[in-house]
Design a binder for this molecule. Structure first.
Ligand SMILES: Cc1cc2nc3c(=O)[nH]c(=O)nc-3n(C[C@H](O)[C@H](O)[C@H](O)COP(=O)(O)O)c2cc1C
Length: 427
C-alpha cells in the first residue's frame, strides 16, 4: 500500500497492535446518467474502511453535485487542477492512490485517457496513478460499439487497465441493450478483490487477459408440474466468486447461472437457466470457444420421467403419486470428453460425503478419472457445510496426480486458488 499523508487514515489492526493504513481509493466519476449509482459505490467503500477521494468531471457535477460527494466521502471535492494548488493535487491524488476506479466511465473520459489527455483533475490523476485502474463504462450501445470506443478500450486494456464490460438491460431512455453500469455492489466486490490481491502480491496480475472462460453456478430445478420441482441447496456463491475473480484477472467471462438469487457479477455475461437440460445447452454453446470451463453448478443427477402440465392434485384416498426418475445428461463428462478446443482446461466440483465405499478423497479421485476433467475441486459437504456459507475449504485434485489443499477461507480466496491452477495449465 502506498503511504498516506492523511494522519486520520489509520485503522487499528484486529490484534490492536500495529495500526494498518486504510486503503486509499480514488473514485473518478464522469458525466453519465449512471453517476448517481456511484453514490452507492462510495457508500460501500467508506463504510468498509476505505479512504475515498472523489474526483468528478465537470459534466458529472451536472448529474450529482459536489456537496453529495463531499458529504458521503468526508473529503473535499475538486474537479479542476486549480483548487488547493499548494498541495499539488493534480499529481498527489494519483501518486498516493492504492486503486483508482472510474464509475461511470463515459466514452469521452476513456477517449481522453487512451490518448493521455490531462485537461482536468481526473485525467491528470490517471496519468500520475501507478496503482490498479478500473474503468466501469456506461453508455448507449451505439457509443460502446463505435470503433473509436472499441479502439480506446483496447488501448486502455493493453496498458494494463481493467475495463469492465458493461451490463445489458434498460438504458437511459426506453431502449435496452449493452451499456448499463454494472451493479454498484458488484463494482465494490471487484475493487475489494483487487485491493486484497495488491496487499498479498506486488500487483494484481491479469493473467487471464484475453482468455474466454465459462463458469456455471447454482443448482438446477427439475419440475414435477408447473409449481413443484426437485432442487438442491447450492446458492451459487462459489460460482459467482469464480466469475468475479476471473473478471478481476482480465478474463472474458460467461456465467451460466442456475437459479442464482444474486446480482450479476460486474463485467460477466450472465445466462440464466433453470433446468439441467437448459444448463447443459448453455454451457455447451459457451464452452465451444472457451479456454477454460469451471463447472461449479450443482446439476440434478435425476429428473422426473414425466412433467405434469397441470398441478398434481391430492387424491382423496390418502395415497401419494409414485415418482419415476430418469438420469440427466452428465454435463461435466460431456464437456471434458468432447472438447472443441483440446488445449482448454476443464474443472469440475465434487461435493462429497464419505461412506463405506471410501473416503471423500477416494471417491473424488474416482470421479476425476470417470469424468475426464483436468481438475476437480473437492468439498466435504458432510452435515451440509458449505451451502450458502461465505467460507469454503477444498482440495484441488489434478488429473496428473497433484493435489492442492486450500485452507478454510473466503469463497473468493478459493476462486483465486482455482484460477491459479487453471492459469498455470493455460501457460
Ligand atoms: C442526459 C445525458 C446523459 C448522458 N449519459 C451518458 C452516458 O451514460 N455515457 C456517456 O459516455 N456519455 C453520456 N452523456 C454524454 C456526456 O455527458 C458527454 O460526452 C460529456 O462530454 C462527458 O464529459 P466527461 O467525460 O468529462 O464527464 C450524457 C449526456 C447527457 C446530457
Amino acid at each position: 500500500m502506498n503511504p498516506t499523508s492523511d494522519p486520520g487514515s489509520e485503522a487499528v489492526s484486529p490484534e490492536g497492535a500495529r495500526p494498518v493504513a486504510r486503503p486509499q481509493v480514488v473514485l473518478g466519476v464522469s458525466g453519465g446518467i449512471a453517476a448517481y449509482k456511484a453514490c452507492e459505490l462510495l457508500r460501500r467503500l467508506t463504510e468498509s474502511g476505505h479512504d475515498v477521494t472523489v474526483v468528478p468531471t465537470a459534466s458529472a457535477l451536472r448529474f450529482v453535485g459536489a456537496p453529495t460527494w463531499a458529504a458521503l466521502s468526508g473529503r473535499p471535492v475538486a474537479t479542476e487542477v486549480w483548487d488547493g494548488v499548494h498541495e499539488v493535487p493534480h499529481v498527489r491524488i494519483g501518486q498516493s492512490a492504492d486503486l483508482v476506479v472510474i464509475a461511470p466511465a463515459t466514452a469521452d473520459l476513456m477517449a481522453k485517457a487512451a490518448h493521455g489527455q490531462a485537461d482536468d483533475l481526473l485525467t491528470n490523476t490517471l496519468l500520475t496513478a501507478r496503482c490498479p485502474v478500473v474503468f466501469a463504462p456506461a453508455m448507449h450501445t451505439e457509443m460502446w460499439e463505435h470503433p473509436a470506443t472499441r479502439d480506446n478500450v483496447a488501448t486502455l486494456r493493453r496498458r494494463g487497465a481493467l475495463v469492465v464490460e458493461p451490463a445489458e438491460g434498460r438504458l437511459t431512455g426506453k431502449d435496452t441493450g449493452k451499456g448499463r453500469l454494472p451493479d454498484p455492489g458488484e463494482i465494490f466486490e471487484l475493487v475489494v478483490d483487487l485491493l486484497t490481491r495488491a496487499r498479498g502480491t506486488a500487483a494484481p496480475v491479469q493473467d487471464l487477459a484475453g482468455r474466454q472462460v465459462v463458469v456455471s453456478a447454482g443448482g438446477t430445478r427439475e419440475y414435477l408440474d408447473p409449481v413443484r420441482f426437485l432442487g438442491n441447496r447450492s446458492s451459487g456463491l462459489q460460482g459467482v466468486a469464480l466469475a468475479r475473480a476471473a473478471v478481476a484477472r482480465g478474463a472474458d467471462v460467461t456465467l451460466v447461472a442456475a437459479n442464482v438469487a444474486l446480482p450479476d457479477p460486474a463485467g460477466a455475461k450472465v445466462v440464466r437457466v433453470e433446468t439441467t437440460a437448459q444448463l447443459r445447452d448453455a454451457v455447451v454453446v459457451a464452452a465451444a470457444g472457451a479456454d477454460a470451463v469451471v463447472m461449479a453448478a450443482a446439476p440434478a443427477d435425476f429428473r422426473p420421467a414425466n412433467v405434469s402440465q397441470a398441478k398434481i392434485k391430492k387424491s382423496g384416498d390418502g395415497s401419494a403419486p409414485a415418482l419415476e426418475l430418469v438420469q440427466n445428461p452428465d454435463i461435466l463428462h460431456e464437456i471434458s470428453t468432447r472438447r472443441v478446443r483440446p488445449e482448454s482446461v476443464v474443472v469440475g466440483f465434487a461435493a462429497e460425503t464419505g461412506d463405506d465405499t471410501g473416503s471423500v478423497l477416494d471417491l473424488a479421485r474416482a470421479k476425476l478419472a470417470r469424468k475426464g476433467c483436468d481438475l476437480l475441486v473437492v468439498n466435504d459437504v458432510s452435515g451440509g457445510a458449505v451451502f450458502g456459507q461465505p467460507d469454503n475449504e477444498a482440495v484441488i485434485l489434478a488429473a496428473d496426480g497433484a493435489a492442492v489443499e486450500v485452507p478454510r477461507g473466503s469463497k473468493a480466496a478459493l476462486a483465486h486458488a482455482i484460477w491459479d491452477q487453471v492459469a498455470a495449465r493455460l501457460g
